[in-house]
Design a protein around this ligand. Structure first.
Ligand SMILES: Nc1ncnc2c1ncn2[C@@H]1O[C@H](COP(=O)(O)OP(=O)(O)OP(=O)(O)O)[C@@H](O)[C@H]1O
Length: 396
């Protein structure tokens, strides 16, 4: 449980250690951070949560020296951050903040290239990196490279912010409320994408959030802070939800902690329902008869690359010649990294009482329905001890 939670690829992140770190701002009677000691293992996502003003952002900003500690030591990969040149240090640490904080007068490509340019990369290498990163964050490079931030949605701006934070392939990425400025559906999508990116790159990510659900979903470990950045509990989401260390944590985690355990299981852990699918343009009658044979009353319409483009009732296909394409962006899908909480949300807003699950490159994987979720949360055998019983290693 204490090992990094990923099997794919090697760890590219490094350990971070804070040793008795104190920050007292000028004119403040009490330290904002009062002796924080913490080990952040390489390749993990560690979430900082706690009430407003407890010292989360100050703690984060001391790691890349945006705030200088009053005393104590911070080591990254064993190296004391004070011994590094501060500009050089910041180039080696990705930094992503709310809304992406893109420069409005620069295009997407220029925004992403800032650090590579500072590092003296040549044009070709920088341009290739921009394309690679835009693909990583699911934005079509051909479409978005030359756009300005004002021509992007909030979620797209945030994706570019993540791409920019990863540009120079830093071992450590710091994030401060990265998804705070977007609507809940986009937020879930961005969280899923971050988990996928982390699975691929295995950076060390330290992320501040106000949202305990986000912490449970993303974190390999969660640090719950009290005022002065005092550690109330630092452990895996499973332990924090099932064995809160004290009243403060209990209160912070909230009364719905049994429901929150739904955030510990992934759609990936469920047995998906196949559902009936049909490719755009194929004969409608054939799709209708396959649906009848499967006893399905809906058909998921896929494009040539097996991405869902519509979800039709069988009666909508009856009498049609060929399977129609849907409205672009018309279907709401769930990524396989989504939690059971996200799945319930999606199902409750779907007219079909189920949700479409997609994997890499948005390819169709199957459907989840209420039965698949309840089967998971009502364990039947001794091995299925319910959500939260898995170790962190199976979550991502
Ligand atoms: N530059 C500064 N000068 C003086 N005091 C500061 C400064 N930055 C932060 N503080 C104080 O330090 C304490 C911790 O602030 P910090 O921003 O780290 O908290 P936080 O937990 O991130 O809060 P929030 O969740 O509201 O963003 C607060 O009392 C804040 O007022």
């Amino acid at each position: 449980m204490n090992t990094p939670a990923h099997s794919a690829g090697g760890i590219s992140g490094t350990d971070i250690d804070l040793v008795d770190v104190v920050k007292t701002f000028p004119g403040q009677a009490r330290p904002a951070v009062d002796g924080l000691s913490l080990h952040i293992p390489a390749g993990e996502i560690v979430m900082f949560v706690g009430p407003s003003g407890c010292g989360k952002t100050t703690s984060l900003k001391m790691i890349n020296r945006l705030v200088e500690p009053t005393s104590g030591t911070i080591l990254i990969g064993g190296e004391d951050v004070r011994s590094a040149d501060v500009d050089d240090l910041r180039r080696r640490i990705g930094y992503v903040i709310q809304g992406g904080s893109l420069f409005p007068h620069m295009t997407v490509a220029q925004n992403i290239s800032i650090v590579p340019r500072l590092l003296g990369w040549d044009k070709r290498r920088t341009a290739d990196r921009v394309v690679e990163l835009l693909e990583l964050v699911n934005l079509d490079p051909g479409k978005y490279c030359d756009r300005y931030p004002r021509e992007l949605s909030g979620g797209q701006q945030q994706r570019v912010g993540v791409a920019r934070g990863l540009a120079a392939d830093p071992p450590v990425v710091l994030m401060d409320e990265p998804f705070g400025a977007v609507d809940p559906i986009t937020r879930h999508r961005l969280q899923d994408e971050l988990l996928r990116i982390h699975e691929e790159l295995r950076k060390t990510i330290v992320c501040v959030t106000h949202d305990i659900d986000e912490a449970v979903k993303l974190g390999n470990r969660i640090l719950i802070m009290e005022e002065g950045a005092h550690v109330a509990q630092y452990d895996t989401p499973e332990v924090i939800l099932s064995a809160p260390a004290n009243r403060f944590v209990e209160k912070f985690v909230g009364a719905g902690s049994t429901l929150k355990q739904l955030s510990l299981s992934r759609v990936d852990d469920l047995d998906l329902v196949d559902g009936t699918t049909a490719t755009v343009g194929s004969p409608a009658a054939e799709a209708v008869s396959r649906a009848a044979a499967n006893d399905d009353d809906t058909v998921v319409v896929l494009d040539q690359r097996r991405r869902p483009v519509a979800w039709l009732w069988v009666h909508e296909l009856e009498g049609a010649e060929s399977v129609p394409a849907g409205e672009p962006q018309g279907v709401i899908t769930l990524d396989r990294h989504a939690t059971l909480n996200d799945a319930l949300d999606a199902m409750l807003t779907s007219a079909h009482g189920a949700a479409i699950v997609t994997g890499r490159h948005d390819e169709f994987l199957g459907l989840v329905n209420f039965e698949s979720v309840t089967n998971r949360i009502r364990p039947t055998g001794p091995r299925s001890a319910g959500p939260g019983a898995d170790d962190t290693g199976s979550r991502i």
